[in-house]
Design a protein around this ligand. Sequence first.
Ligand SMILES: [Zn+2]
Length: 845
Amino acid sequence: MHKKLLFSFLAIAISSYSTFAQQPKKPNSSEIYESIQKLNFLASVLYVAAHPDDENTRLISYMSNHLKARTAYLSLTRGDGGQNLIGPEIRELLGVIRTQELLTARRIDGGEQRFTRANDFGYSKHPDETHEIWNKNEVLSDVVLAIRQFQPDVIINRFDHRSPGSTHGHHTSSAMLSVEAFDLANNASVYPEQLKTVSPWQPKRQFFNTSWWFYGSQDAFEKADKTNLLSIDTGVYFPLNGLSNPEIAALSRSQHKSQGFGSSGSRGEQMEYIELINGSLPTDKTNIFDGIDTSWNRIKGGKAIGDILYQVEKDYDFSNPSASIPKLVEAYTLIQDLENEHWKTIKSEEIKNIIANCAGLFLEVVANSNHATANSKVPLSIEMINRSDANIMFTGLQLKDSERKKRLYKRFPLKDNIEENLKDTILISSRQLPTTPYWLTKKGTLGMYKVEDKALIGHPETPREYTATFKLEINQTPIEFTRPIVYKTNDPVKGEVYKPFEIIPEASAKVSEKVIIFENDQQKDIQVVVKSGKDNLEGYVQIAHPQDWNIYPEKQKVSIANSGQEQTLVFTVVPPKNQSEGLITPMVHVGDQVFTRELIEIDYDHIPFQTVLLPSESKIVRLDIKKRGENIAYIEGAGDVVPESLQQIGYNVVILKPEDINTETLSRFDAVVVGIRAYNTVEDLKYKQQELFDYVANGGNMIVQYNTSRGLKTNNLAPYKLQLSRDRVTDEFAEVTFLNPEHPLLNYPNKITTKDFEGWTQERGLYFPNEWANEFTPLLSMHDKGETAKEGSLLVAKHGKGYYIYTGLSFFREFPAGVSGAYRLFANMLSIGKEDISTEESLKN
Ligand SMILES: [Zn+2]
């Protein structure tokens, strides 16, 4: 039982990082040769850090492509807390994108990818806070599990475990947990439940991937004691690829497109330094595997395999890889007899791929659509071709089919360059669950994903349910090849496009907007989009809502002819008289089933197509809000949804480009709002500051949202002295006190109280100024645990007849989450100085 389970886990782990919904890899002769070199190297490196994009791809590529070691990156989180530069997805959907970006990066640098259940909940100043929000014991258990599964000889940490507080808490924590796990993984009394599927394992050494940066300066680094330091020149050149290692690393790093990490490679020397933190210093300081047998002799029964395979490597014929097949098949047979299940599984998969690639063997099963529902029949097209003179016989095909249909295929040879096509169908079980990322199926906590099926922990993505296993005989030796069922189509612009074959629900629905704000008691229409996963969908839709709200009609019929089609229904929402908020969920009734989830499709060119099922929820908020002024100009920065949010509460918002900023245009607006990080990202804005300040002097309102203290394009941020700092308050529950409770900004037209700071999300704010001229009045004080009070989150200065406001408060995060207090405070910022203007809108309120 023990061995069998281990085997099945590894088999999944290996196939899962290969080719989901990607054009299958078609390695050329030099790539096959490199995979034979890799087959003959039996050692492993695990690189550990916290987020997608923390990993040093130069080192990973060097380990994988130069040393030929099995190399994996363990990213504790999936990066949900980051920002997205390529699309609207945030939080868990961003985590799905960044997971795929890591997998794509690994396909380029040759590494594998692992995760823990830790959730990237946003910026954390200290590992103590990180461990409070994560379940430290669960994350540590997952790191130990990763070590027991992967069995690394060497672990390399990206971060220093000895300097808490000097970087993101997740970073230091990743190193601290890795150091703890180094000592625990071999102890059978630690997490003993894991030992049903894995064995204890002791890595030989552990390093910290340091650099001069960690020493403060190049100079300090030169002078430092380097006894425990190994230096590695990762700037090697690979003539078989025509690329330098840093060039490969840059291609890999550039996959972190959602983070804007496009990177250009370099050529020539590229030093990396690793500091020994656990285990013995290598006698030969150029060899991180010093003292470890990295040859086939490492394992019992390995010598005979090595004798064959080193000869295969030596005799490899670049113009005819298939000449290696007879010897490879011989070695494959010996590998099947290995007692060491760990290496047996890894090397079996590797050698099978090499045999297939040497034969130019192409095996594929294509479904007629990229999705199907439970209890449906799916037609399949099967293609097989051998492009070598190797002796290959097709003996059968195994498909997961709930009909348990016996498939009787006759045996036939796969002849050189003769394509064979078969047709078949499978029946999807009526109990089959839809495909979705396994870590998102149950609601977790702020710090942890909830994974009920323990066998899935650590997997980069949900293992494919539907695969096809081709049974072949190569040189009379039975060998099975498993491929995921895929869908492919031809796009007139992109050419051949692959998509994964997925199971979707019969119906899914969403309300078009995630947050709907009611700034008064007037009803609003909402659109509910129902999508069918099958042909001839008939049913009706109801909307679950809080008791003090009303939605009509109570139900509406839905009728959709074709799978994949949508129908939009309009419902009317009536808010209560007073401030109130809650969630609404569309419920699609089909027969005796009720569907309450939303199907989200993520489609970018650099990663495989993804579908995600999440609870379909929208927040409805009835605000108690008054406002003055109507016309707002918005100057965009790095991108945020503040303009849409202000529109939702009834403002007329116009996006103003830097070239359109002039006295005449500005005079039409009651206020100008500057988007997040505009002074970091919009070069031309620096030439427009004077015009903006003049506009304020003439009676306008200018509100500037957060910019980072580094990389400002102007020193002239405000009409008076204003110095940005790295002060931030990451605790969204941090208490807020009013420094100047009588100030109009806290009283007019909305009376702001501490209640308005309840329900904030992710953080209070960031990059607060820490020095300002006397003209500024600070209004709020707040701080994270153990820190001094930060008073720069909201500063207001009267300038001439108008007001200039600088705020590092995270309105850009609070608005999309429908936080009422944030809207009320922002309305006051826009209304300041307009005490005597009563618009019709404000009277209504
Ligand atoms: Zn990071």
